[in-house]
Design a protein around this ligand. Structure first.
Ligand code: ATP
Ligand code: MG
Length: 211
């Protein structure tokens, strides 16, 4: 059992999108996956669950307190993915969640303005918790490879551990919560490329865990 937390105190960077679709590809690869959410409003995974009903390929719990995460560990899942609120006020909750986590993923958007808020979350919360982590560049313009390269270069410069996989922006992702779908269920033009990004992420994650 591994508890993976997805966090970044900056809102709207793609935490919930990354979490739900990573859950989908992990499940596709044969793991049993539970999605939990410590956001008291449980907006993130809640949006999907409300629309999807029973059709999501993995399990979701409702709003979970950090203390309850310890109990989730007793459940027979291979992976528990924890979604978190994107706000500066959430520091205490995030610290409590990180103390229960085996790994952390920090999605960020490309662009120089994203780095400072990210560094704050890393230095204030993730490093003190001693949790292994990787930053994940999300929302890369599929037509501008340079954006991804620049973001990765910046992370290298600041010596921030990161995935070399980057996730591209596709409109299908924005419709997914409402449709109650995850990337392995998408249909339509960009769906192959969207799922390809997440399968790459899965395989990079396996390489990291193997070390
Ligand atoms: N790769 C992507 N392609 C297209 N849209 C994306 C992508 N990633 C995220 N989005 C969109 O960006 C918006 C914010 O994403 P999301 O809700 O996942 O972020 P979040 O970090 O969980 O936000 P919050 O901090 O509010 O919880 C959503 O509309 C989502 O559909
Ligand atoms: Mg969210």
């Amino acid at each position: 059992m591994r508890v993976i937390t997805v966090l970044n105190q900056k809102g709207g960077v793609g935490k919930s999108t990354v979490l739900m679709n990573l859950a989908a590809v992990l499940q596709e690869a044969g793991m049993s996956v539970l999605v939990a959410d410590v956001d008291p409003q449980a907006t993130s995974s809640g949006d999907w669950a409300d629309s999807a009903g029973e059709s999501l390929p993995f399990d979701i719990t409702g709003s979970t307190s950090p203390a309850e995460l310890a109990q989730l560990r007793q459940l027979p899942y291979d992976v528990v993915l924890v979604d978190t609120p994107g706000s500066m006020e959430a520091g205490d909750v995030l610290a409590a969640v990180l103390s229960q986590s085996d790994f952390a993923i920090l999605p960020m958007e490309p662009g120089p303005l994203s780095v400072k808020p990210l560094m704050r979350t890393v230095e204030k919360l993730v490093v003190p918790a001693g949790v292994p982590y990787r930053v994940l560049v999300n929302k890369v313009d599929p037509r501008v490879q340079q954006d991804a390269d620049d973001a990765l270069e910046m992370l290298r410069t600041y010596e921030i551990p990161h995935f070399t996989t980057t996730l591209r922006t596709y409109k299908v992702h924005t419709f997914a919560p409402l449709a109650g779908e995850v990337v392995t269920q998408y249909t339509g033009r960009a769906s192959m490329r969207a799922v390809e990004d997440f399968r790459k992420l899965h395989s990079e994650l396996l390489t990291i865990w193997a070390k």
